[in-house]
Design a protein around this ligand. Structure first.
Ligand SMILES: [Fe+2]
Ligand SMILES: [Fe+2]
Length: 227
């Protein structure tokens, strides 16, 4: 996935002019275009507005969402056809996986400020991904299949381990320790790889199958996006 080129500083979206300018920039996006939304916080109202008015036209990923500010990569999809849970969340896994080798390279080069920034994007994205699985996807899977003590229980336990391993990497990066960073990322990707395969080959397809129709699948994707 290409990095967004243009940055759009959202400023105070409660000002009508600012909101209109932001919307004009977003409405001018062509299929395949990307825009980096920068502001004091994640612009949830604006994203929900896009979801309400043009569902399925845009997709976004949170790169930063802490007290220091927010950055959201917004993309206009190349086609607006229906999506399913498997494709949507698998592509989020792939987007996150692609960041890890960059962090390894930066840490080995001693570029810790940049390594911390990139890992911060990874951690923000994976934190959201895990939260949306636990709070939207797993409950949907459990109510569709009636399986409340099956795969989702295993996935929740693995999420705890994945979060712990992310914290080890954050600590190693904060200490400027390249060897510990690389070892920590190895342990993290080991746990994450096995976890993601189970989700992509079992949990996500089972959810899509239980949903049954493209409409129902697209509806759950939108609920995930709105989280
Ligand atoms: Fe997961
Ligand atoms: Fe996942």
């Amino acid at each position: 996935m290409n990095e967004p080129i243009h940055e759009l500083d959202l400023g105070d979206l409660s000002l009508p002019d600012r909101h209109a300018q932001a919307r004009a920039a977003i409405d001018a996006m062509a299929p395949g275009d990307s825009l980096m939304l920068v502001g004091a916080r994640v612009p949830r109202e604006l994203l929900h507005e896009l979801l309400g008015e043009a569902p399925g036209r845009y997709e976004w990923s949170r790169l930063e969402g802490g007290p220091e500010g927010a950055r959201v990569a917004l993309r206009r999809r190349k086609s607006e056809g229906p999506r399913n849970v498997t494709l949507y969340l698998q592509s989020d896994h792939e987007r996150l996986d692609a960041i890890v080798p960059e962090v390894v390279r930066l840490a080995n080069e001693g570029s810790f400020a940049e390594a911390r920034r990139r890992f911060g994007e990874f951690a923000c994205g994976l934190g959201w991904h895990i939260d949306v699985e636990e709070q939207v996807l797993f409950p949907a899977f459990e109510s569709l299949t009636g399986m409340t003590r099956g795969p989702t229980t295993v996935m929740r336990v693995e999420h705890v381990e994945i979060r712990e391993r992310m914290q080890h990497v954050t600590a190693a990066l904060a200490a400027g320790d390249a060897a510990a960073t690389v070892a920590g990322l190895g342990a993290l990707t080991g746990a994450l790889g096995a976890h993601n395969v189970k989700e992509e080959q079992m949990l996500y397809p089972m959810t899509d199958r239980a949903l049954g129709t493209p409409d129902a699948q697209e509806k759950l994707v939108r609920k995930i996006e709105a989280f």
